[in-house]
Write a protein that binds this ligand. Structure first.
Ligand code: SAM
Length: 210
């Protein structure tokens, strides 16, 4: 997701430091930030944040953390969280490659990956969020029975992910090649999900454990 550069992005995010962190001060402090023992679910690459904000409202007994590396995009999530006074949501402006610096081993109950950038060129495969290098990070921060939930419209990325996760030894379940036919009542559509579904793309989904 590309958004026009907003020179005021950093100041805006700093002014909302109670819910969003743009520096390293929160490293290893996730539990303290929420100040409760609720399970932690994270979304990597939250974009404009409809999914993570709607999930947080629907499940007040879970702590949600949205991770988005683009500060210009992060603004949109902060606006939603503030306007709707969502208290069980925190946000990290962070590249996912640094996840293990921020979360303790086994601290996270679930990782959501929604419509991750496909990086179609083979030479960019390591940037895909389901590449083995990222799976290693999720394995460290997830609890033993923690789950990865993944949705994408992109057929090539889905096939790559099925292979990458299987080769890594992950167990896959609840695989759907067309989520919106018989859509589960609790499915929260992301901004990209709406956009690509309305263009006729089928939505793929899977759940996986290590
Ligand atoms: N999940 C949203 C949705 O479904 O509408 C956004 C999808 S958008 C295609 C992918 C988002 O992931 C972008 O906002 C991008 O900045 C973010 N992203 C990509 N790679 C990332 C990484 N390594 N770490 C953190 N965010 C990342």
């Amino acid at each position: 997701m590309r958004m026009r550069n907003k020179p005021w992005a950093e100041d805006f995010l700093l002014a909302h430091a109670e819910i969003v962190s743009i520096d390293e001060a929160r490293k290893g402090q996730m539990r303290e930030w929420f100040n409760n023992d609720q399970p932690i679910h994270i979304e990597v690459g939250s974009g404009m944040g409809r999914f993570i904000t709607e999930m947080a409202k629907a499940h007040p007994d879970i702590n949600y953390i949205g991770i988005e590396r683009d500060k210009n995009v992060m603004i949109r999530i902060v606006e939603k969280a503030v306007e709707q006074n969502i208290t069980n949501l925190r946000l990290l402006t962070l590249d996912a490659e640094h996840l293990a610096d921020y979360f303790s081993a086994g601290e996270v109950d679930r990782v959501y990956l929604n419509f991750s950038d496909p990086w179609p060129k083979t030479r960019h495969a390591k940037r895909r969020l389901t590449h083995e290098n990222f799976l290693k990070l999720y394995q460290v921060i997830l609890k033993e029975d923690g789950e990865v939930h993944f949705k994408t419209d992109n057929q090539q990325l889905f096939e790559f992910s099925l292979e990458s996760m299987s080769q890594y030894g992950m167990k896959l379940k609840n695989i759907s090649l067309d989520l919106h036919t018989d859509e589960p009542a609790d499915n929260i559509r992301t901004e990209y999900e709406d956009k690509f579904s309305s263009k006729g793309f089928r939505i793929n989904r899977l759940e996986a454990t290590f």
